[in-house]
Every structure is written in C-alpha cells, then in structure tokens.
Design a binder for this molecule. Structure first.
Ligand code: SAM
Length: 282
C-alpha cells in the first residue's frame, strides 16, 4: 500500500518537522502503512468508534486509525515537537482528531471522553507500557470505559501478559492481574526491522478485552497475595504467604490449594480464592 490519505509520506513528515527519535521517550516510529493498517484493523471494526492513542509521534498509526474509520481519535503525546505534524493530520480529518499535549501517565482520560466508551490502541513507549497497562487494569468500577486494548509491547512483555501456569518462567503478577479481568492474546509479532530506529528485539501486538464478570475479589488483596507469592516464587506457598498472614496454612487450605505448591503452579482462580480467604480472615 503506498497511500492511505493525501498527507505526505511519514519519512517526509519526520524530516520536515525535525523529529529525530529520542531514546528517552521510547521513540521507535512505524512508517510501514501495511503494518499500521494491520494494527488498526486488528483493533476494530473502528467505524463509529472513539479511539484513544498513546504516543502518536509523527502520526503513522493515527492516520491508519482515522483512515480505517475511527469516528474520533484522542491522541496523548508528550513530545511537543510532534504537535505540528499532528495538527496537519487534524486539519485533514476535521473534528476527528483531538491531540492532548501531556504525559499519558498523568492525563485523566475521562475528562476527554465525557462518558463515551473507547478502544485504546498504541505503539507504546516501551518504558511506560507496563505502568500504563496496570493502570488500565486497575480501574474501578469494572468493566472499565475502554472496550479493548490493542497494544505493542516488547515480545517478552507480551509473553508475560498472556502467560498461564504452563509457561512458568513468564507467569507472574502481571499475568494474574491481566487474565483475572481480561481475555488476553498475542495477535502477531512485529519484527524489529519495522521500526525507525530499530530496537534490539522483536515486538508483539497484544489484545486485551475486559471480562464482563471477572471472578469477584478485591483487587488490593489479589495484589497482596500475588506480590507475596511471586516475590518468593521458588518457595512453597506455606512459606511465601507468611508475608500476608501469620497462619498461611489456614489461608491456603481455605482456598482449597496445596500448601507445598509454588506460585507459578497456581492458576488465576487459585489466587482469587486466596484473596477472598484473606478477606474472610479480617
Ligand atoms: N505511534 C508512533 C508510531 O507508531 O510511529 C510513535 C510510537 S513511539 C514507540 C512512542 C511515542 O510515545 C513517542 O511519540 C513518544 O514521544 C511518546 N511518549 C513517550 N512517553 C510518553 C508519555 N509519558 N506520554 C505520552 N506520550 C509519550
């Protein structure tokens, strides 16, 4: 695909606005229109949808989201050098692109959404990807305002998000939190050659869709038990859970689990039972 809109090619945009990638901002840009189109289609159907994009940069993915029919894109960008390029896209798609000049970790998106549901789509800056994801997974009430997350992560982080006890090395707190509240899957890999500049490793697009009714439990307590259990992942639960209760044996039995099991053997439902047993002890 050579053209999705009448805007100049991305390489020209980057040159014209002097957007040399900055490592500190996690800038690895996508110029391949086939790839940005594929990500936009994987996130959709986008017709009539509001999309939140984190880190639009020079706007390659933003343009694909708009060309694929997103009714409105709210794009949060911290690098002010990108704002003129994004203003050109906004002018090309009148009334459909709102650029928020700020730090995605600090911006209150609900102010911009005014109660509308949205899909979140992003080629995330690698250094804030996990904290952003944990923030989106921790929203209350649940289900949240976002209808899906379609996100680029480094392959190893993607594997930690979708892991089950079968993938022991990757299975941890992030997988428990993500899979408790969402259906998660890796959609496809993106080779490092797709980015400018090239990162050192392969990336993957991950999709998370909120479960309408996750097993009931207090997220705060789920965090406590997973922190303790995976904090000492080689130890048996009867040892590692001493950090949350003076009598781990009682807690583990109340949850119907084996006290000699290790964190990486316990499925999400087991951690939910542990969190609920902890709540019952109070
Ligand atoms: N979406 C563009 C693309 O696919 O070519 C750029 C993706 S690049 C991996 C990450 C983008 O996130 C950069 O434009 C960077 O300036 C921006 N960014 C970094 N930290 C940010 C933050 N805290 N809040 C908002 N944007 C941020």
């Amino acid at each position: 695909m050579s053209q999705i809109d009448d805007l100049p090619p991305l390489r020209e945009v980057v040159e014209q606005h002097g957007l040399m990638a900055q490592k500190a901002l996690g800038q690895n840009f996508l110029f391949d229109l086939n790839l940005t189109g594929k990500i936009a289609r994987a996130a959709g159907p986008l017709e009539g949808e509001t999309v939140v994009e984190i880190g639009p940069g020079p706007g390659g993915l933003t343009r694909a989201l708009l060309a694929n029919g997103a009714a409105r894109v709210i794009a949060v960008e911290r690098d002010r050098r990108c704002l003129p390029a994004l203003a050109e896209i906004a002018a090309h798609y009148p009334g459909r692109l709102d650029v928020v000049d700020g730090d995605a970790l600090a911006v209150d998106l609900s102010v911009h959404l005014k109660g509308e549901p949205a899909r979140i789509v992003a080629n995330l800056p690698y250094n804030i990807g996990t904290p952003l994801l944990v923030g989106w997974l921790s929203l209350e009430p649940w289900p949240p305002w976002w209808r899906s997350l379609t996100l680029m992560f480094q392959r190893e982080v993607a594997e930690r998000i979708v892991a089950t006890p079968e993938q022991r090395a990757d299975y941890g707190r992030l997988a428990v939190l993500a899979n408790w509240r969402c259906e998660t899957r890796i959609l496809f890999d993106v080779p490092k050659t797709a980015f400018v500049p090239q990162p050192k490793i392969t990336s993957s697009i991950v999709q998370l869709v909120p479960r309408a009714e996750p097993e009931p439990c207090e997220q705060r307590l789920l965090e406590r038990v997973t922190l303790a259990a995976f904090g000492q992942r080689r130890k048996m639960l009867r040892q590692s859970l001493k950090a949350v209760t003076p009598d781990p044996q009682l807690l583990i039995e109340a949850a119907g689990l084996d006290p000699t099991a290790r964190a990486e053997e316990i499925p999400v439902s087991g951690f939910v039972r542990l969190a609920n047993a902890l709540a019952a002890q109070r």
